[in-house]
Design a protein around this ligand. Structure first.
Ligand SMILES: Cc1ncc(COP(=O)(O)O)c(C=O)c1O
Length: 447
């Protein structure tokens, strides 16, 4: 038997290199023979009249149903719907601690609230600097600004889209009090490096886990390495109760504060007077009931999204003009979305052309994430947080000038990233077709 392969038969490696789009596009005959007749036509972009690379359905399914209904019915038999002493809140806290084992937990009204409670509980205030990512939801820094502290934005890793620890350290000043590590898109930050920096400079490390339910850093649940874990239960998150949040900490120093800062300053355990000033961020029992039921779904959601996102990375790795989402092999990223970057200097197209071509192939992709790094938004550029003013700046307590703030890599990420949904309802075959579509479009435009 000859060891030489017929010219029209691809070995496995060649097949992967050619783009697994071939399978989706029917470029193989049933006996596994490469079919050059369809190949040329198949590489014709769908936007130019060629066949679509994605023919499978993205899939859909139930995000809430029986378990939530049961929990809500149980809740309706209660004599109170208030969080303090509420059985649903107790159940939510217990289930949260199974996902994120921390000693103190406070349920609250949003991820923004969770982050504000963390910042306030850590005693961050007037003129204190808090270093964080400029590519995140504004909710990451709302609490910082309300505490009259100053967000300082550090640059990001080019493909992790998370804080670059070296740049974080460069931006530390005598006023720096905390770092907020945002696990963007569910990809864990480099927590070891950030923990070391925080310890070296005596800073509080807050984890913004709003997009990262179920993520793991080197096997450890996300939220357990920093001093605070902050989660969102808003509708678009892995688990939800419409709107809601959870904040947790292992710290005996800060732990007792989180209840008070979530509840207008009232200390409900000891019934003391108002020793701290805080707003009302409470979560009611109906929300807690839904959230508690949702947490029973989390592990399956996290596992599925992790598997699908990693599969997509595998398929598009090595593809010209593409930088896949970079995840540490020992971490579990849970892909709130999948984000990859275009190397536009290697492609004969701009991002909108690429995205339009991908959409025509059947991929629900979008160019970009947030419109600008946070410091580029008008409210930052005008330093106009409080009725057109920023007292901290006007009082000379900060020299921060957001018009001069720059994070070049973050800006480049936003200019070149492409984002597409990953959900627990998708199947591997669908993801393979999405990967094939990305390869097909990238190959077409490769310079
Ligand atoms: C990274 C990040 N931080 C904070 C928040 C704020 O959460 P919420 O919308 O629940 O206030 C979000 C919400 O999208 C987020 O994605």
């Amino acid at each position: 038997m000859s060891h030489r392969q017929p010219k029209n038969r691809l070995n496995r490696r060649d097949f992967v290199r050619q783009g697994s789009s071939a399978v989706a596009l029917g470029m193989f005959l049933s006996n596994g023979i490469f079919n050059p007749a369809t190949a040329e036509e198949s590489f014709k972009l769908a936007i130019d009249g060629g066949p679509k690379a994605v023919t499978a359905e993205a899939g859909s399914g139930e995000r809430w149903g029986e378990p939530e209904l049961r929990q809500l019915q149980e809740m309706l038999n209660q004599s109170t719907l208030f969080y303090w002493g509420g059985p649903q809140t107790a159940l939510l806290k217990k289930r949260f601690q199974e996902v994120c084992p921390v000693k103190y937990v406070q349920t609250c009204s949003s991820g923004t609230a969770a982050l504000h409670i963390a910042v306030a509980s850590a005693g961050i205030g007037l003129g204190d600097e808090v270093i964080t990512s400029p590519v995140t939801d504004i909710g990451t820094v709302i609490g910082v600004i309300y505490q009259q502290a100053v967000p300082v934005f550090a640059d990001l890793g080019p493909a992790t889209f998370n804080l670059d620890p070296a740049d974080v350290e460069r931006r530390i000043t005598p006023r720096t009090r905390a770092i907020i590590a945002v696990h963007l898109m569910g990809n864990p930050c480099d927590m070891e490096a950030l923990r070391q920096i925080a310890d070296r400079h005596k800073l509080v490390l807050i984890e913004d886990c709003c997009q990262a339910w179920g993520a793991k850093y080197r096997g450890k649940p996300i939220g357990t390495i920093g001093d605070f874990a902050c989660f969102s239960l808003q509708n678009s998150k892995h688990v939800t109760c419409g709107d809601g949040g959870v904040v947790g900490t292992n710290s005996d120093q800060y732990g007792p504060n989180i209840q008070r800062f979530g509840d207008k300053g009232y200390d409900r355990t000891r019934g003391l007077g108002l020793e701290v000033f805080a707003t009302n961020y409470r979560m009611s029992e109906p929300q807690a009931a839904v959230a508690a039921a949702q947490l029973t779904r989390l592990e399956a959601i996290a596992q599925k999204r992790s598997r699908l996102g990693n599969l997509l990375t595998e398929i598009i790795s090595g593809c010209p003009g593409i930088i896949p989402h970079q995840v540490h092999p020992q971490d579990r990223a849970v892909y709130w979305f999948y984000m990859f970057r275009l190397k536009l200097d290697e492609l004969r197209c701009n991002r909108s052309q690429f995205v339009r071509a991908l959409q025509a192939e059947g991929v629900p992709a979008n160019g970009g994430y947030i419109g600008k790094p946070l410091y580029g938004e008008p409210v930052f550029q005008k330093h106009a947080f409080f009725a057109g003013h920023w007292p901290v700046k006007e009082m000379g307590l900060t020299k921060m000038d957001y018009t001069q703030h720059r994070c070049p890599e973050a800006e480049a990420i936003l200019a070149t990233c492409v984002r597409l949904p990953i959900t627990e309802f998708m199947e591997e075959d669908y993801i393979r077709q999405v990967g094939a579509a990305i390869r097909k479009v990238a190959k077409y435009y490769a310079a």
